[in-house]
Design a protein around this ligand. Structure first.
Ligand code: URP
Ligand code: ZN
Ligand code: ZN
Length: 457
């Protein structure tokens, strides 16, 4: 017996059209008109738009950071994801210094096992590039991991130097692994932060003021240059500002293998949000920080013209009541990161599609199809077409919804988008043909999410 999703409007990166979707064995078997046969199980999608489930390639669940741990574990973070129409995410596994990459991955697998309700994979962040660790990069694809991340910021904790970056880019290129870079100049930022604190400038807004866009552009340009010398593929994460965008655009024009993402929050907020009354601004402390209105305009243009091919969340949630407060007297101690895994698709649909920045097809490309293709999931996830996993989000594009932490599902106690009214939300979500969410009710079994063994890049 097949499952037929009948009567909806299918939306892909290429177009939208009226069609049924036939699902067999968890995969899409056919997309076309009049597919229902006697005995089929039918989901009526009349009036709905059938989108591929969202793919968020940048999350931090249960991640130790700055003396605490992100407050969403694999269950709460993934429940939040699926409620917002996301069916796959890629999470950052961080190598503790002195550890092997394998041991780090084992730890992250342990965190996800038995908890997952959506499908997931890992990037591994190399923080201690010992010779044996560099050798391990070649073994990652056999473990299903085809991307590494290097931090050029967070001095004395996660930051690596240019030697490490260059060596990792080279090893990754040879292994079919994509190198992701957090591009901010951590050395200069460290000086600016120390000087600010010495002057008594300890409020959250100084987080933004000590991480100027020029230092993101410099690190972006540096990473691009090293990757170009090697002919290595490079992906810039959480790009936030126009000067960094210029470096990426120029590299792409030269034919370099450089792609980049931005994250939802950079379209909606500016550095002024870190200057909200009292300690409120701590909710917006993330790196790079939100920038200026002009940067937002540049980002909207770049996701529309293809310079940026992915919009992810960098979901890195810390509770305001008990975790952000670690930095109440010193902004350098505020855990860096913001939540957004549940809101991403709804707020981007509202501001991006309804706001006239891009089409519904481009929305699908930026939030599902391109992320899958960029990260070794092409042909498996991210589209509504035969042969793909039946990861589908049925949207009611007319349904009003108000974003509020009170009804969100994350363990975090605030939403950056509190009170924002949207029109359009996913009402039914399927993963591999199983209905996992319907009208805000979770139907997935804990542990039903699967680890994704990704293809080489
Ligand atoms: O502030 C941020 N972005 N926290 C998460 C870690 C990272 O740099 O991606
Ligand atoms: Zn980062
Ligand atoms: Zn991140």
């Amino acid at each position: 017996m097949s499952l037929i999703i009948s009567g909806g409007t299918v939306v892909t990166a290429e177009g939208q059209f009226q069609a049924d979707v036939r699902v067999d064995g968890g995969q899409i078997a056919a997309v076309g008109r009049g597919l229902a046969q006697a005995g089929d199980e039918v989901i009526d999608a009349d009036g709905k738009h059938i989108l591929p489930g969202g793919i968020d390639v940048h999350t931090h669940l249960s991640m130790p950071s700055m003396g605490t741990v992100t407050c969403d574990d694999y269950y709460t973070g993934q429940v939040a994801a699926v409620m917002g129409g996301t069916t796959t995410h890629l999470d950052f596994c961080i190598q503790p210094k002195g550890s092997s990459l394998k041991a780090a991955l084992d730890t992250w697998h342990g965190r996800a096992r038995g908890q997952a309700v959506i499908d997931y994979g890992f990037h591994v962040a190399v923080t201690d590039p010992l010779p044996e660790v560099l050798d391990e990069i070649a073994t990652l694809p056999d473990q299903g991991v085809t991307s590494i991340k290097l931090f050029l910021a967070y001095k004395d904790t996660l930051q690596v130097d240019d030697t490490a970056l260059f060596r990792c880019l080279e090893r990754a290129r040879d292994a079919g692994v994509l190198t992701l870079v957090h591009a901010e100049n951590g050395d200069a930022i460290e000086v600016l932060m120390a000087e600010a604190v010495a002057r008594g400038e300890t409020a959250p807004k100084y987080h933004a003021l000590t991480r100027p866009p020029e230092l993101e552009a410099e690190a972006t340009g540096r990473a691009v240059a090293l990757a170009e010398v090697l002919g290595a593929p490079l992906y810039i994460v959480h790009l936030s500002c126009r000067p960094a965008l210029v470096r990426v655009r120029e590299a792409q024009a030269r034919g370099a293998r450089v792609t980049a993402e931005t994250c939802t929050q950079y379209f909606f907020f500016t550095k002024d949000d870190l200057d909200r009354p009292g300690f409120e601004g701590a909710k917006w402390v993330c790196s790079p920080p939100p920038r200026e209105k002009e940067d937002q305009q540049a980002l909207w243009a770049a996701v529309a013209d293809g310079t940026l091919s992915v919009i992810s969340t960098d979901h890195c949630p810390f509770r305001f009541d008990s975790q952000k407060t670690l930095g109440r007297d010193d902004f350098t101690l505020i855990p860096n990161g913001v939540p957004g895994i549940e809101e991403r698709l709804m707020v981007l649909h509202q501001a991006g599609v309804r706001g006239g920045h891009f089409s519904l097809e481009r929305f699908v490309a930026l939030t599902a199809t391109n992320p899958a293709r960029s990260f070794g999931l092409g042909g498996v996830k991210g589209s509504v077409a035969p042969g793909y996993d039946a990861d589908l989000a049925l949207w009611n594009l007319a349904r009003p919804h108000m974003i509020t932490a009170a009804t969100n599902h994350s363990a975090v106690d605030y939403s950056l988008y509190e009170g924002m009214a949207v029109q359009g939300r996913p009402v039914t979500v399927l993963i591999r043909g199983q209905t996992v969410m319907h009208e805000g009710r979770l139907l997935a079994e804990r542990g039903s999410g699967q680890f994704l063994h990704r293809q080489r890049i």
